[in-house]
Design a protein around this ligand. Structure first.
Ligand code: GLN
Length: 416
Protein backbone atom coordinates (compact mmCIF):
# COMPACT_ATOMS: atom_id res chain seq x y z
CA UNK A 1 0.00 0.00 0.00
CA UNK A 2 2.83 2.35 0.91
CA UNK A 3 4.28 2.05 -2.61
CA UNK A 4 1.59 4.38 -3.98
CA UNK A 5 2.65 7.05 -1.56
CA UNK A 6 5.23 9.64 -2.48
CA UNK A 7 7.82 10.76 0.01
CA UNK A 8 7.93 14.55 0.01
CA UNK A 9 10.29 16.89 1.83
CA UNK A 10 8.37 19.76 3.41
CA UNK A 11 10.15 23.02 4.15
CA UNK A 12 8.53 25.49 6.52
CA UNK A 13 9.85 28.66 8.13
CA UNK A 14 8.53 28.87 11.68
CA UNK A 15 8.57 31.84 14.08
CA UNK A 16 7.92 31.32 17.79
CA UNK A 17 7.08 34.43 19.80
CA UNK A 18 7.74 34.20 23.55
CA UNK A 19 5.76 36.84 25.45
CA UNK A 20 5.16 38.02 29.01
CA UNK A 21 1.53 39.26 28.96
CA UNK A 22 0.12 40.67 32.20
CA UNK A 23 -3.58 40.71 33.05
CA UNK A 24 -5.06 44.15 32.38
CA UNK A 25 -2.18 45.31 30.15
CA UNK A 26 -3.42 44.11 26.80
CA UNK A 27 -2.60 47.36 24.94
CA UNK A 28 1.06 47.21 25.99
CA UNK A 29 1.31 43.55 25.02
CA UNK A 30 -0.16 44.23 21.57
CA UNK A 31 2.28 47.12 21.11
CA UNK A 32 5.24 44.80 21.83
CA UNK A 33 3.80 42.19 19.45
CA UNK A 34 3.50 44.84 16.73
CA UNK A 35 7.15 45.81 17.09
CA UNK A 36 8.28 42.15 17.02
CA UNK A 37 6.06 41.31 14.05
CA UNK A 38 7.34 44.21 11.97
CA UNK A 39 10.81 42.67 12.25
CA UNK A 40 9.65 39.05 11.84
CA UNK A 41 7.95 40.10 8.59
CA UNK A 42 11.34 40.62 6.91
CA UNK A 43 11.93 36.86 7.08
CA UNK A 44 8.59 35.85 5.52
CA UNK A 45 7.67 33.03 7.93
CA UNK A 46 5.07 30.42 6.97
CA UNK A 47 3.82 30.10 10.56
CA UNK A 48 3.94 32.43 13.58
CA UNK A 49 3.07 30.85 16.95
CA UNK A 50 2.15 32.72 20.16
CA UNK A 51 1.68 31.35 23.72
CA UNK A 52 -1.41 30.18 25.60
CA UNK A 53 -3.54 33.24 26.61
CA UNK A 54 -0.99 35.31 24.69
CA UNK A 55 -2.62 38.71 25.14
CA UNK A 56 -4.82 38.34 28.22
CA UNK A 57 -2.35 36.98 30.79
CA UNK A 58 -2.95 33.59 32.42
CA UNK A 59 -3.52 33.61 36.19
CA UNK A 60 -7.28 34.31 36.37
CA UNK A 61 -8.84 33.60 39.75
CA UNK A 62 -12.56 33.40 38.97
CA UNK A 63 -15.15 33.59 36.25
CA UNK A 64 -15.84 37.23 37.04
CA UNK A 65 -12.08 37.95 36.84
CA UNK A 66 -11.84 36.50 33.31
CA UNK A 67 -15.28 37.68 32.12
CA UNK A 68 -14.25 40.86 30.28
CA UNK A 69 -11.43 39.00 28.46
CA UNK A 70 -13.68 36.33 26.93
CA UNK A 71 -14.62 36.37 23.25
CA UNK A 72 -15.80 34.00 20.57
CA UNK A 73 -13.25 32.61 18.10
CA UNK A 74 -13.84 35.25 15.44
CA UNK A 75 -14.09 38.28 17.68
CA UNK A 76 -11.87 40.05 20.17
CA UNK A 77 -8.23 41.14 20.31
CA UNK A 78 -6.62 37.75 19.50
CA UNK A 79 -8.75 37.35 16.37
CA UNK A 80 -8.10 40.94 15.24
CA UNK A 81 -4.36 40.64 15.76
CA UNK A 82 -4.04 37.19 14.14
CA UNK A 83 -6.01 38.33 11.10
CA UNK A 84 -3.81 41.38 10.78
CA UNK A 85 -0.57 39.35 11.09
CA UNK A 86 -1.76 36.59 8.74
CA UNK A 87 -2.80 39.02 6.00
CA UNK A 88 0.21 41.27 6.37
CA UNK A 89 2.83 38.45 6.47
CA UNK A 90 0.82 36.00 4.38
CA UNK A 91 1.37 33.35 7.06
CA UNK A 92 -0.51 31.05 9.40
CA UNK A 93 -0.91 32.64 12.86
CA UNK A 94 -1.56 30.62 16.01
CA UNK A 95 -2.61 32.23 19.31
CA UNK A 96 -4.15 31.26 22.65
CA UNK A 97 -7.14 33.22 24.06
CA UNK A 98 -10.00 32.78 26.57
CA UNK A 99 -13.09 31.66 24.64
CA UNK A 100 -16.77 32.17 25.25
CA UNK A 101 -18.44 30.63 22.19
CA UNK A 102 -21.73 32.26 23.27
CA UNK A 103 -23.51 29.08 22.20
CA UNK A 104 -26.11 29.21 24.95
CA UNK A 105 -24.40 26.54 27.08
CA UNK A 106 -22.55 28.85 29.48
CA UNK A 107 -19.38 26.80 28.83
CA UNK A 108 -16.12 28.73 28.46
CA UNK A 109 -12.79 27.39 27.22
CA UNK A 110 -9.03 27.83 27.10
CA UNK A 111 -8.63 27.95 23.31
CA UNK A 112 -6.24 28.53 20.43
CA UNK A 113 -7.11 29.94 17.02
CA UNK A 114 -5.24 28.99 13.86
CA UNK A 115 -5.71 31.69 11.21
CA UNK A 116 -4.65 30.93 7.63
CA UNK A 117 -2.65 33.17 5.32
CA UNK A 118 -5.83 34.71 3.91
CA UNK A 119 -6.94 35.73 7.38
CA UNK A 120 -9.63 33.04 7.69
CA UNK A 121 -10.14 30.77 10.68
CA UNK A 122 -8.50 27.41 9.84
CA UNK A 123 -9.15 25.79 13.22
CA UNK A 124 -10.24 26.55 16.77
CA UNK A 125 -8.90 24.12 19.37
CA UNK A 126 -10.02 23.93 23.01
CA UNK A 127 -7.70 22.66 25.74
CA UNK A 128 -8.58 19.08 26.67
CA UNK A 129 -6.58 18.55 29.88
CA UNK A 130 -7.05 21.39 32.36
CA UNK A 131 -4.62 22.80 34.91
CA UNK A 132 -5.71 23.97 38.41
CA UNK A 133 -5.67 27.59 37.23
CA UNK A 134 -8.13 26.80 34.41
CA UNK A 135 -10.48 25.17 36.93
CA UNK A 136 -10.38 28.32 39.08
CA UNK A 137 -12.25 30.33 36.45
CA UNK A 138 -14.67 27.61 35.45
CA UNK A 139 -13.04 26.42 32.22
CA UNK A 140 -14.69 23.43 30.50
CA UNK A 141 -12.73 20.58 28.90
CA UNK A 142 -12.76 20.21 25.13
CA UNK A 143 -15.68 17.81 24.66
CA UNK A 144 -14.01 16.47 21.48
CA UNK A 145 -10.65 15.74 23.13
CA UNK A 146 -7.43 15.76 21.09
CA UNK A 147 -7.95 16.57 17.41
CA UNK A 148 -6.15 16.93 14.10
CA UNK A 149 -6.90 19.20 11.14
CA UNK A 150 -5.55 19.79 7.65
CA UNK A 151 -3.34 22.80 7.03
CA UNK A 152 -2.54 23.54 3.37
CA UNK A 153 0.72 25.19 2.28
CA UNK A 154 1.39 26.35 -1.27
CA UNK A 155 4.72 25.32 -2.88
CA UNK A 156 6.30 23.98 0.29
CA UNK A 157 6.94 20.34 -0.66
CA UNK A 158 9.65 18.91 -2.91
CA UNK A 159 9.62 15.40 -4.38
CA UNK A 160 12.56 13.12 -5.20
CA UNK A 161 12.87 14.70 -8.68
CA UNK A 162 13.10 18.19 -7.24
CA UNK A 163 9.58 19.17 -8.33
CA UNK A 164 7.74 21.60 -6.07
CA UNK A 165 4.20 20.78 -4.87
CA UNK A 166 1.44 22.26 -2.74
CA UNK A 167 1.03 20.15 0.37
CA UNK A 168 -1.57 19.60 3.07
CA UNK A 169 -0.05 18.91 6.48
CA UNK A 170 -1.90 16.89 9.09
CA UNK A 171 -1.67 19.29 12.00
CA UNK A 172 -2.67 19.53 15.64
CA UNK A 173 -2.76 22.01 18.46
CA UNK A 174 -1.93 21.12 22.05
CA UNK A 175 -2.19 23.56 24.96
CA UNK A 176 0.21 23.27 27.90
CA UNK A 177 -1.38 20.76 30.32
CA UNK A 178 -2.46 18.63 27.32
CA UNK A 179 1.11 17.28 27.43
CA UNK A 180 0.85 16.25 31.10
CA UNK A 181 -0.91 13.19 32.58
CA UNK A 182 -4.67 13.90 32.83
CA UNK A 183 -5.23 15.93 36.05
CA UNK A 184 -1.73 14.75 37.07
CA UNK A 185 -3.58 11.57 38.11
CA UNK A 186 -3.32 9.33 35.03
CA UNK A 187 -0.33 6.96 34.88
CA UNK A 188 2.73 8.85 33.65
CA UNK A 189 3.42 6.21 30.99
CA UNK A 190 -0.01 6.65 29.34
CA UNK A 191 1.45 9.60 27.36
CA UNK A 192 -2.10 10.44 26.26
CA UNK A 193 -1.38 13.40 23.95
CA UNK A 194 1.68 12.01 22.20
CA UNK A 195 0.20 8.50 21.87
CA UNK A 196 -2.90 9.97 20.22
CA UNK A 197 -0.80 11.90 17.70
CA UNK A 198 1.57 8.99 17.03
CA UNK A 199 -1.47 6.79 16.29
CA UNK A 200 -3.15 9.45 14.14
CA UNK A 201 -0.06 10.13 11.99
CA UNK A 202 0.03 13.81 12.89
CA UNK A 203 2.85 15.66 11.10
CA UNK A 204 2.94 19.10 12.76
CA UNK A 205 2.17 19.90 16.41
CA UNK A 206 1.61 23.55 17.39
CA UNK A 207 1.90 23.92 21.17
CA UNK A 208 1.09 27.23 22.92
CA UNK A 209 1.84 27.12 26.67
CA UNK A 210 1.94 28.95 29.98
CA UNK A 211 4.21 26.33 31.55
CA UNK A 212 5.52 26.97 35.03
CA UNK A 213 9.16 27.02 36.14
CA UNK A 214 9.84 24.93 39.22
CA UNK A 215 10.54 28.11 41.25
CA UNK A 216 6.77 28.82 41.20
CA UNK A 217 4.78 28.90 44.41
CA UNK A 218 1.53 26.93 43.95
CA UNK A 219 -1.20 25.83 46.35
CA UNK A 220 0.68 22.60 46.81
CA UNK A 221 4.03 24.26 47.61
CA UNK A 222 5.45 23.90 51.08
CA UNK A 223 6.80 27.04 52.71
CA UNK A 224 5.04 29.55 50.48
CA UNK A 225 6.49 32.67 52.12
CA UNK A 226 10.06 31.47 51.58
CA UNK A 227 9.19 30.62 47.96
CA UNK A 228 7.79 34.09 47.29
CA UNK A 229 10.79 35.73 48.95
CA UNK A 230 13.12 33.68 46.73
CA UNK A 231 11.27 34.80 43.58
CA UNK A 232 11.41 38.45 44.70
CA UNK A 233 15.11 38.15 45.42
CA UNK A 234 15.85 36.58 42.02
CA UNK A 235 13.93 39.32 40.22
CA UNK A 236 15.75 42.05 42.16
CA UNK A 237 19.16 40.54 41.52
CA UNK A 238 18.41 40.59 37.78
CA UNK A 239 17.10 44.16 37.96
CA UNK A 240 13.71 42.95 36.69
CA UNK A 241 10.36 44.45 37.79
CA UNK A 242 7.99 42.21 39.84
CA UNK A 243 6.34 40.85 36.69
CA UNK A 244 9.65 39.95 35.03
CA UNK A 245 11.28 41.26 31.87
CA UNK A 246 9.20 42.88 29.13
CA UNK A 247 10.37 44.54 25.93
CA UNK A 248 14.05 43.45 26.17
CA UNK A 249 13.90 40.97 23.36
CA UNK A 250 16.04 37.92 22.71
CA UNK A 251 16.40 37.04 19.01
CA UNK A 252 17.54 33.61 17.86
CA UNK A 253 17.48 33.28 14.09
CA UNK A 254 19.09 30.51 12.02
CA UNK A 255 17.84 30.12 8.46
CA UNK A 256 18.62 27.86 5.53
CA UNK A 257 19.96 30.79 3.46
CA UNK A 258 22.76 31.35 5.99
CA UNK A 259 21.07 34.16 7.94
CA UNK A 260 22.14 33.63 11.54
CA UNK A 261 22.06 35.92 14.52
CA UNK A 262 21.56 35.57 18.25
CA UNK A 263 20.92 38.78 20.16
CA UNK A 264 20.47 38.77 23.88
CA UNK A 265 19.46 41.80 25.95
CA UNK A 266 22.35 43.90 27.26
CA UNK A 267 24.03 42.45 30.32
CA UNK A 268 22.58 38.98 29.84
CA UNK A 269 24.84 35.99 29.57
CA UNK A 270 24.01 34.32 26.30
CA UNK A 271 23.05 30.77 25.55
CA UNK A 272 26.25 29.05 26.58
CA UNK A 273 25.46 25.80 28.36
CA UNK A 274 25.62 26.12 32.12
CA UNK A 275 25.18 23.30 34.57
CA UNK A 276 21.62 22.14 34.93
CA UNK A 277 21.19 23.27 38.55
CA UNK A 278 21.69 26.84 37.36
CA UNK A 279 19.24 26.57 34.47
CA UNK A 280 16.38 25.88 36.86
CA UNK A 281 16.68 28.93 39.06
CA UNK A 282 16.20 32.32 37.58
CA UNK A 283 19.78 33.53 37.42
CA UNK A 284 20.34 33.05 33.67
CA UNK A 285 17.26 34.43 31.87
CA UNK A 286 18.78 34.14 28.37
CA UNK A 287 19.52 30.43 28.87
CA UNK A 288 16.80 27.80 28.42
CA UNK A 289 15.60 25.77 31.38
CA UNK A 290 17.11 22.55 30.09
CA UNK A 291 15.46 20.40 32.76
CA UNK A 292 12.13 21.68 31.49
CA UNK A 293 13.05 21.11 27.84
CA UNK A 294 14.04 17.55 28.77
CA UNK A 295 10.67 17.05 30.48
CA UNK A 296 8.76 18.13 27.35
CA UNK A 297 10.86 15.72 25.30
CA UNK A 298 10.11 12.90 27.75
CA UNK A 299 6.37 13.58 27.41
CA UNK A 300 6.74 12.89 23.66
CA UNK A 301 8.01 9.39 24.50
CA UNK A 302 6.07 7.54 21.75
CA UNK A 303 8.01 9.64 19.19
CA UNK A 304 11.39 8.86 20.79
CA UNK A 305 13.64 5.97 19.80
CA UNK A 306 13.79 3.42 22.61
CA UNK A 307 15.72 0.18 22.39
CA UNK A 308 13.55 -1.64 24.96
CA UNK A 309 10.57 -1.64 22.57
CA UNK A 310 12.24 -4.32 20.48
CA UNK A 311 12.47 -6.58 23.54
CA UNK A 312 8.81 -5.86 24.40
CA UNK A 313 7.97 -6.83 20.85
CA UNK A 314 9.97 -10.07 20.66
CA UNK A 315 8.75 -11.13 24.13
CA UNK A 316 5.14 -10.21 23.18
CA UNK A 317 4.76 -8.11 26.32
CA UNK A 318 2.31 -5.53 24.97
CA UNK A 319 -0.58 -7.86 24.04
CA UNK A 320 -2.22 -8.00 27.48
CA UNK A 321 -1.71 -4.25 28.10
CA UNK A 322 -3.20 -3.24 24.74
CA UNK A 323 -6.06 -5.64 25.24
CA UNK A 324 -6.97 -3.81 28.45
CA UNK A 325 -6.68 -0.44 26.69
CA UNK A 326 -8.47 -1.48 23.50
CA UNK A 327 -11.25 1.10 23.79
CA UNK A 328 -8.84 4.03 24.02
CA UNK A 329 -5.44 3.10 22.54
CA UNK A 330 -3.90 1.04 19.78
CA UNK A 331 -0.33 1.63 20.99
CA UNK A 332 1.52 1.70 24.29
CA UNK A 333 4.62 3.87 24.74
CA UNK A 334 4.96 3.92 20.96
CA UNK A 335 4.79 0.14 20.52
CA UNK A 336 2.11 -2.19 19.19
CA UNK A 337 1.76 -5.97 18.87
CA UNK A 338 2.26 -5.67 15.10
CA UNK A 339 5.24 -3.31 15.03
CA UNK A 340 7.90 -2.56 17.63
CA UNK A 341 7.69 1.21 17.01
CA UNK A 342 4.76 2.84 15.21
CA UNK A 343 6.66 6.05 14.57
CA UNK A 344 9.67 4.42 12.87
CA UNK A 345 10.72 6.22 9.64
CA UNK A 346 8.24 9.06 10.09
CA UNK A 347 8.88 12.58 11.26
CA UNK A 348 6.96 15.19 13.21
CA UNK A 349 7.77 18.78 14.12
CA UNK A 350 6.62 20.13 17.51
CA UNK A 351 6.56 23.90 18.02
CA UNK A 352 6.65 24.58 21.76
CA UNK A 353 5.69 28.23 22.39
CA UNK A 354 5.79 29.10 26.08
CA UNK A 355 5.38 32.43 27.86
CA UNK A 356 7.87 34.05 30.20
CA UNK A 357 7.61 36.38 33.20
CA UNK A 358 5.96 36.25 36.61
CA UNK A 359 2.34 36.69 37.70
CA UNK A 360 1.17 37.54 41.25
CA UNK A 361 4.71 37.22 42.61
CA UNK A 362 4.09 33.47 42.74
CA UNK A 363 3.82 32.04 39.25
CA UNK A 364 7.12 32.00 37.37
CA UNK A 365 6.84 30.82 33.77
CA UNK A 366 9.53 28.64 32.24
CA UNK A 367 10.02 30.35 28.86
CA UNK A 368 12.46 28.08 26.93
CA UNK A 369 10.22 28.03 23.84
CA UNK A 370 11.66 25.43 21.48
CA UNK A 371 11.26 23.72 18.14
CA UNK A 372 11.72 19.94 18.12
CA UNK A 373 11.95 17.57 15.21
CA UNK A 374 11.41 13.88 15.93
CA UNK A 375 13.11 12.03 13.07
CA UNK A 376 11.85 8.45 13.53
CA UNK A 377 15.38 7.01 13.42
CA UNK A 378 17.76 5.10 15.76
CA UNK A 379 14.86 2.97 17.04
CA UNK A 380 17.02 0.02 18.06
CA UNK A 381 19.80 2.03 19.70
CA UNK A 382 18.60 4.69 22.10
CA UNK A 383 18.04 4.30 25.84
CA UNK A 384 17.84 7.81 27.33
CA UNK A 385 14.50 9.62 26.97
CA UNK A 386 15.91 13.15 26.94
CA UNK A 387 17.71 15.66 24.71
CA UNK A 388 20.65 13.27 24.24
CA UNK A 389 18.38 10.84 22.33
CA UNK A 390 19.37 11.10 18.65
CA UNK A 391 15.78 10.69 17.46
CA UNK A 392 14.97 14.22 18.69
CA UNK A 393 16.62 17.25 17.10
CA UNK A 394 16.29 20.43 19.15
CA UNK A 395 16.29 23.03 16.38
CA UNK A 396 16.51 25.89 18.89
CA UNK A 397 15.40 27.13 22.31
CA UNK A 398 14.92 30.63 23.74
CA UNK A 399 15.97 31.53 27.25
CA UNK A 400 13.64 31.24 30.20
CA UNK A 401 13.28 34.85 31.25
CA UNK A 402 13.03 37.18 28.25
CA UNK A 403 10.46 37.87 25.63
CA UNK A 404 11.76 37.11 22.18
CA UNK A 405 11.64 35.32 18.86
CA UNK A 406 12.96 31.97 17.70
CA UNK A 407 13.04 31.61 13.90
CA UNK A 408 13.99 28.39 12.12
CA UNK A 409 13.64 26.67 8.77
CA UNK A 410 12.38 23.16 9.41
CA UNK A 411 12.52 20.27 6.96
CA UNK A 412 10.60 17.08 7.46
CA UNK A 413 9.39 14.13 5.42
CA UNK A 414 5.75 13.28 4.73
CA UNK A 415 4.11 10.49 2.72
CA UNK A 416 1.34 11.74 0.40
N1 GLN B 1 1.71 21.07 33.31
C1 GLN B 1 1.75 22.49 33.18
C2 GLN B 1 2.66 23.09 34.25
O1 GLN B 1 2.92 22.44 35.23
C3 GLN B 1 0.37 23.07 33.21
C4 GLN B 1 0.27 24.58 33.10
C5 GLN B 1 -0.82 25.01 32.14
O2 GLN B 1 -1.65 24.20 31.68
N2 GLN B 1 -0.84 26.27 31.78
O3 GLN B 1 3.17 24.18 34.07
Amino acid sequence: MQSNLKRLTVKLRIAVVQLNPQIGHIGETIARVDSLVSRIGNYKPDIVVFPEFALSGYNFRSRSHIQQHLSSSQQGPAWDLCQQISKCLSCVTVMGYPEDPADGTNHIYNSVIVVNSEGQLAFNYRKSFLYDTDEQWGCSENPLGFQTFDLPFANRAIDADGLVHDVTIKSAVGICMDLSPYKFEAPFQSFEFSSFHAENLTELILFPMAWLNSASVTKKSENQEAGKAAIEKSLKSLGFPPSGSQGDFQWDVELGDGTCFKDVPKGAESGTPVDSALTQNFSHPAVPDNANVDYWILRFMPFLAFKERFRWFSSQLLGPILNKLKDVRTSYMGGTTRRPWIFENRSVVAVMCNRSGVEDGTTVYAGSSSIFKFNGRYGADEIDLDSSNRSVEILGSLGKGYEGVLLRDVEFEVLK
